[in-house]
Write a protein that binds this ligand. Sequence first.
Ligand SMILES: [Zn+2]
Length: 199
Amino acid sequence: MSYYPASIQSLIKNISKLPGIGEKTAERLALHILRGSRQDAELLANSILNIKNTVRFCSRCFALSDGELCSLCSDPARDPAFLCVVEQPADMIAVEKSGAFRGMYHILSGALSPMNGVGPEDIRIRELVGRIEKDQVKEVVLATSTNVEGEATASYIARILEKYHIKITRIASGVPMGGDLKYVDQVTLKRALETRHAL
Ligand SMILES: [Zn+2]
């Protein structure tokens, strides 16, 4: 790396800070940018700066957004009676990709984790309760992770929302499609049996 001029060294160093990128890959990417057109380099540099300048949290669901409200919250075709609660923006995108949900979302920006000092005040539970009180929500789907923190977060929210007399559901976790039963862990298999449905 020291054979390169300082400007290229600096680019390699900055690219290698990205997750999953080692120095070799960073070197290859830097040289690729150098060989490419000036226009491509500008597009890349500007789009990086642009996300830092324009992306913020949607004021309603806390998804990543370019404006006050995200595209989903401003979509009149979505059903506000159904609210899907997830931990992170990436989880919302995963649910969206499944195409199985036509309601709105609420992104907690984390999960309860007493071990790491994350309590109810540190994630967006108060904002969720505010939406339940204000909007005409009929069902809350708790789609937090199926790990210990996600389960604890789901039961905490279910308890907090009890008094609103709305339907509260938890995503079923089970055997992956195409999955071989003997490779599925016990907890997953137990949950899959508990949440079985009639055919
Ligand atoms: Zn939104």
